[in-house]
Design a protein around this ligand. Structure first.
Ligand code: ATP
Ligand code: MG
Length: 435
C-alpha cells in the first residue's frame, strides 16, 4: 500500500505530466462547428463519490485522457471545479469526443467555447451563436455555477439567456423534454458554453482497479467480459490459447482485432498467445472423452494462474455465463476454477446471451467475434460432454499427464504482442481484415 504522501506525489506527477501548454500552440477556428470550440469539458460521476481517493482517481483520469488524445493537437489537461478541461488548439472535436466516449470513467463530454467569466461576454457569445444557430424545436439552457462567488445564480443566468434566445428565434422553452440544450458552466475565471454533449461510457478510470488477465477466446463473451472489467477500473491483459499445430491462424487474427477494440478504452494492450493443441492431444490420449472440456479448461486455468503469478496480476477474468454451455454449469465452473487458488472473476455470469450480444454489438466487438474460426476448444470435442463432472473423476483423469511440465512449457513458449487501438476502423472493417 502506498502511504498518503506517496499517493499525493504520484497524483501530482500524473497531473503534471500534461502536454504542451496551450499558449505554445496556434489557435484555429473549429472546422466542425462555428462555436469555435477551444475546450473539451469532461464530466465524471462515479469518481465524484470517492471522497478520500478523489484526487488520485481524477489524476488518473487526466493521465488517461492525455494518452487517448496524445496524437491530437491538445493543450493542457486540467482538473477544474469537479471536471477535467482539455484546452484544444486545432479542434478536431468530433474525433476527440468519439475517443473520450469510450474512455472509462467519463460520464459525458462537452465540446465548448471558453469565455472570460463575465455575463456580458457570455451574452455576446450567445448572440454570435444565434447568428447561425436555431434550436431545432424547443430548447432550454442548462447552467452549472461551480463558482459560488459569481454574482448571478444559475436560474437567473438561464432565464436571462433564455429570454435572449426566445427574442431572437421565437423557439419555445421546454424545461423537461427540450430538443436542444445550451450548456453553460461557470468556474472561477472562465465560462464554458457548449451546444453539444456526448455521452460517455461511465465507470471508473482504467488503472484505478488493478490489473487482470483476461482469457480471450475470440468468441462473443470474453471480449465483453474484458470491456466490463475495464469499466470497473481494471487494466486488462489478454491471454489466448490457440489450437496450433492443429488449427489455422484465424483465432489469433480475431483476438488481435478484439484487442485493438479493447485498446481504445485502455491504450496499447498486451496479448499473450499460447499454443494449446499439444496439451489437448495429451488429454485426448489419456482421459475419458466426456471429461475433455473440463480438463482443457482446468489446464487453461493453471497456465493463466502461472502467468498471473509471474506478472503480478490481481485476478483472472473469463466470459463464462451460468448455464450457457456444458462447461458452464455451476458444478463444472467450480471444478474449473478449483484447479487454481487465484481469484477468477466472471463479470457475465448472470447475463443472458441476448444481453451479451447487444453489448458486443454496441461496443464494436460482435462482428469480429462472429467470423468463423477454428477455436482450439472445438478441437477433439466429445459428443456428450459431462455437465456435472466430479472432483474425484477429474483428478483421477489428471494423473495421465505431467501437469507441471505442460504448464511450464506453455508459459515459456508463449508469444507476447502489444496491440495498438484501432481508432479509424469499424467492427465490420476489422472483421473483414481477418484472413
Ligand atoms: P466465449 O464467447 O468467450 O468464447 P463461450 O460461451 O464460447 O465464451 P466457452 O467456449 O465455454 O464459452 O469459454 C468460456 C470462457 O473460457 C471464455 O469466455 C473465455 O474466457 C475462456 N476461453 C475459452 N476458450 C478460450 C481460448 N481459446 N483462449 C482463451 N480463453 C478461452
Ligand atoms: Mg468460446
Amino acid at each position: 500500500m502506498l502511504g498518503r504522501r506517496a499517493e499525493r506525489n504520484k497524483s501530482e506527477r500524473l497531473l503534471a505530466a500534461c502536454p504542451l501548454s496551450f499558449r505554445q500552440m496556434p489557435r484555429y477556428p473549429s472546422p466542425v462547428s462555428e462555436l469555435r470550440v477551444d475546450a473539451v469539458v469532461v464530466h465524471y460521476n462515479e469518481i465524484a463519490l470517492k471522497l478520500g481517493q478523489r484526487r488520485h482517481f481524477v489524476a488518473r483520469l487526466a493521465a488517461n485522457i492525455r494518452r487517448v488524445l496524445g496524437d491530437l493537437p491538445i493543450g493542457a489537461v486540467r482538473s477544474i471545479a469537479g471536471r477535467i478541461v482539455v484546452d484544444v488548439a486545432e479542434a478536431d472535436t468530433k474525433t476527440m469526443a468519439r475517443r473520450l466516449a469510450v474512455t472509462p470513467g467519463i460520464a459525458n463530454v462537452w465540446c465548448a467555447r471558453s469565455l472570460e467569466a463575465d455575463l456580458d461576454a457570455l451574452e455576446r457569445e450567445v448572440d454570435a451563436v444565434l447568428d447561425w444557430w436555431r434550436p431545432p424545436g424547443s430548447f432550454r439552457i442548462e447552467v452549472r455555477r461551480a463558482d459560488k462567488q459569481f454574482p448571478m445564480q444559475s436560474p437567473a443566468i438561464a432565464a436571462r439567456l433564455g429570454r435572449r434566445v426566445v427574442e431572437r428565434t421565437g423557439a419555445p422553452v421546454d424545461l423537461k423534454g427540450a430538443k436542444s440544450i445550451l450548456y453553460v458552466l461557470v468556474v472561477r475565471d472562465r465560462i464554458y458554453l457548449a451546444l453539444e454533449r456526448v455521452v460517455g461510457c461511465g465507470g471508473l478510470p482504467v488503472s484505478t482497479g488493478g490489473r487482470v488477465l483476461l482469457l480471450l477466446s475470440g468468441g462473443i463473451d470474453s471480449p465483453v467480459a474484458g470491456l466490463r472489467m475495464m469499466r470497473r477500473g481494471c487494466r486488462v491483459r489478454a491471454l489466448h490459447f490457440h489450437g496450433a499445430p492443429y488449427t489455422s491462424a484465424t483465432s489469433r487474427e480475431k483476438v488481435r482485432r478484439l484487442c485493438a477494440v479493447l485498446a481504445r478504452g485502455q491504450g496499447p494492450t498486451e496479448l499473450d498467445l499460447v499454443e494449446f493443441g499439444g496439451i489437448q492431444r495429451e488429454i485426448v490420449r489419456s482421459a475419458p472423452s466426456a471429461l475433455r472440456v473440463v480438463l482443457y479448461r482446468r489446464m487453461m486455468m493453471r497456465i493463466a494462474a502461472a502467468l498471473q503469478y509471474e506478472l503480478g496480476m490481481g485476478a483472472i477474468v473469463t466470459g463464462e455465463s451460468l448455464g450457457q454451455v456444458a462447461s458452464q454449469t455451476l458444478t463444472n465452473m467450480t471444478l474449473i476454477s478449483g484447479a487454481i487458488d487465484v481469484p477468477v472473476l466472471r463479470p457475465l455470469v448472470g447475463m443472458d446471451k441476448r444481453e451479451i450480444m447487444d453489448y458486443a454489438q454496441r461496443e464494436g466487438t460482435y462482428e469480429i467475434s462472429i467470423v468463423p474460426d477454428e477455436d482450439c476448444c472445438s478441437l477433439f470435442v466429445p459428443k456428450h460432454p459431462a455437465t456435472a463432472a466430479t472432483r474425484v473423476e477429474v483428478e483421477a483423469a489428471e494423473t495421465g499427464y505431467d501437469i507441471p511440465a505442460l504448464v511450464r512449457a506453455a508459459v515459456e513458449g508463449r508469444e507476447r504482442e502489444v496491440i495498438e487501438p484501432a481508432w479509424d476502423a469499424s467492427a465490420v472493417e476489422l472483421a473483414a481484415e481477418i484472413a
